[in-house]
Design a protein around this ligand. Structure first.
Ligand code: ATP
Length: 370
């Protein structure tokens, strides 16, 4: 169900009951997603969850087994009607991980290529290419060949080529994953700025949760061919519906426990570190039921001294790692470990006994399955 604000918006891409089997492997299992005009929808998930297959199905590079895809209200794929438009008839552009530039063409010719294929008059091609090279900061590279440019610059050319066609819909397949960290972040931020400026709709595949959070209006987390959760980044990160989603977006602290009962809006769970209150995600709530309690490293508040205060327990510092902007602590609790993050400069040295407190609202309680 789309968020209320999105309900009046026009649907750009509609994916209905889409499945794809490669022999016995079910890469997609009945996927339903609407992508709205002007939105960036990120497909996020681990290797093999089907995100590339879904993207390539929208592009027309992959033939789904069953289902329907419409773009701007026009059916581009329908298994029922035995219809599948070729990629060039779908009015969309694609940016690949591998850049996919023509090595024997200059930057200007690469960018102009889709327009020339569409038989746009030569004077107009030149004008549109000049404009887009200006806007993407590539004008001084117009006469270079891809082999003479860095990876980041080549990917900027691929983006310019996607923008010049002005289709309003761009599909991105892990476009930043071949670049080193610094270039990747810069290009990511440029991409956000370009999207705001041009207002194109994007479907963007990545396995990087930080990239997903930065770029997405909504994230679809995929799990073996299905959408596990679809929502705004804040909801995905702070209110994961399942242990799978929680784990994938970095909610790494997990304790086993049994349900003790309700305390107001929160579920009390007995864990090896004592009784903790949390918020029910998909957990059973009957007293005695086995559950998993999870919270994010940055949600554990660290303090010196003996345990006091609500939702607190004792731990000892196993290792302190300074990471420039913050400190990561590896904490020992009985037989297990937890991770906590602190922005504070106060040093809690290895071996020190500390108190960890977590707000019950950010502690998620999940079923124990799996
Ligand atoms: P990655 O990030 O590694 O590309 P992904 O989430 O994009 O992963 P897909 O590439 O869509 O996943 O693959 C989904 C499933 O389909 C996987 O189990 C994969 O092995 C299988 N698969 C993909 N392409 C083919 C193919 N051409 N033939 C057989 N199986 C395939």
């Amino acid at each position: 169900i789309p968020p209320a604000a999105a309900q009046d918006r026009k649907v750009m891409v509609s994916i209905r009951d889409l499945s794809k089997a490669y022999g016995a492997v079910h890469a997609l299992k009945g996927v339903d997603i609407d992508i709205y005009e002007g939105e960036v929808l990120v497909l996020l998930g681990p290797s093999g969850c089907g995100k590339t297959t879904l993207l390539r199905s929208v592009a027309g590079l992959e033939q789904p087994t069953t289902g329907t895809i419409t773009v701007r209200g026009q059916t581009v794929f329908s298994s029922e009607h035995n219809l599948s438009l070729p990629p060039e008839k779908r009015n969309l552009s694609m940016v690949f991980q591998s850049y996919a530039l023509w090595p024997h063409m200059t930057v200007a010719d690469n960018v102009g290529y889709p327009l020339r294929v569409s038989k746009v008059p030569e004077a107009e091609v030149r004008e549109r290419v000049r404009k887009i090279l200006d806007l993407t900061g590539l004008q001084q590279h117009a006469l270079k060949y891809p082999g003479q440019m860095s990876g980041g610059q080549q990917q900027r050319v691929a983006l310019a080529r996607a923008l010049v066609a002005n289709d309003g819909l761009i599909l991105f397949d892990e476009p930043l994953s071949n670049l080193d960290a610094k270039v990747r972040e810069r290009l990511r931020d440029e991409l956000i700025a370009m999207q705001r400026r041009f207002g194109f709709t994007a479907i963007y595949v990545t396995h990087d949760q930080v990239e997903a959070a930065a770029l997405a209006d909504r994230i679809a987390v995929m799990q073996v061919g299905e959408v596990a959760q679809l929502g705004e980044p804040e909801a995905i990160f702070n209110e994961p519906h399942s242990r799978y989603v929680a784990d994938f977006v970095g909610c790494v602290n997990e304790l086993s426990g049994t349900v003790a009962g309700w305390e107001g809006n929160h579920l009390a769970v007995d864990t090896p570190v004592g009784r903790l209150l949390g918020t029910v995600a998909d957990a059973p709530t009957a007293t005695g039921a086995p559950v998993k309690v999870m919270f994010r490293p940055e949600h554990g508040q660290l303090r010196d001294g003996p345990v006091n205060g609500p939702n607190s327990f004792a731990a000892s510092v196993e290792q302190r790692v300074f990471l420039g902007s913050h400190v990561e602590y590896r904490l020992r609790i009985g037989e297990g470990y937890l991770a906590a993050r602190s922005m504070s400069a106060a040093r809690m040295e290895d071996g020190r006994g500390v108190t960890v407190s977590v707000d019950p609202d950010v502690v998620r309680v999940f079923q124990d399955a799996g």
